[in-house]
Design a protein around this ligand. Sequence first.
Ligand code: C2E
Ligand code: MG
Ligand code: MG
Ligand code: MG
Length: 285
Amino acid sequence: KRREGREHRYALFNPAMHARALADMEMERDLRRALERDEFVLQYQPIVRLDTGRVKGFEALVRWQHPEHGLVPPDRFIPLAEETLLILDLSRFVLAEACRQAVAWAAHFAEPPVVSVNLSGRQFISSQIADEVSDLSAQYGCPPSLINLEITESAILADKDMALAGMQALHARGFKLSMDDFGTGYSSLSYIHQFPFDYIKIDRSFINSLTEDVRTEAIVTAILRLAETLDKQVIAEGIETPEQHATLKRLGCGGGQGYLFSRPVDAPSALRLFQDAPWWDSANQ
Ligand code: C2E
Ligand code: MG
Ligand code: MG
Ligand code: MG
């Protein structure tokens, strides 16, 4: 125990760590400023019905439109935003923007696209999450049925009871819920029936090796059967090739998302994809 303590003190003077801490502090300051200056934007990636090829919704994905570095992907700033709790402000922006967009799109269609929004585990620190989310969506006149909230297993892990309570309350208000990156964690199987998920999103690592490894096809088949038994819908993430698409269709997977259909795009392009779908069938099959 004492030795660990000494090593820890030593580590505080490690120059590499010092540099890292400085960089984090700078980044935190930049993130804060970016929020004030409205430098965050959403892109939308279509979620497609694999049987008909229609677009049924979009996943909203945040990017930082940096004045010097261009479009910065979320993996580069979400972790620090979560550490510093700036994620709470960022999440509010993302949800507000997604609601505004969902309502704007809904004005044009009898069956409007549903917009999926990623939640951070940090948002479940407060027991008020359901109130916060539904107050914000109400502010934009956005019915909960237009919003699908995506949660990963790691987001649940931080505080399982709090997450469960928050998600039950969100579900009761009519928001759709998805388990994101399904299969990457250790407890996916036990969470899937305890939590009120409507959708399971199979992680793209499975889709990646789907057509090269028969064992992966067996796993995906098992996930599809499990989902059917538990009455959950399935979205396959990261579909990049026509072969993966064809295999998932053959296995009876309901929905899919991936570069084969489209990369995440800005809102006007997303609207065109929605209106023109299915636009890839002739090209890829
Ligand atoms: P995610 O929620 O699993 O989102 C899917 C990610 O996979 C997106 O990356 C998307 O661009 C990427 N993707 C989609 N299709 C393909 C494909 O065919 N091949 C490959 N290789 N990748 C594909 P992105 O936009 O970089 O987001 C990464 C992660 O950052 C997201 O993973 C999510 O966990 C997080 N994130 C993004 N936006 C938000 C947000 O607004 N709030 C929070 N809390 N997290 C967010
Ligand atoms: Mg997601
Ligand atoms: Mg995912
Ligand atoms: Mg992910």
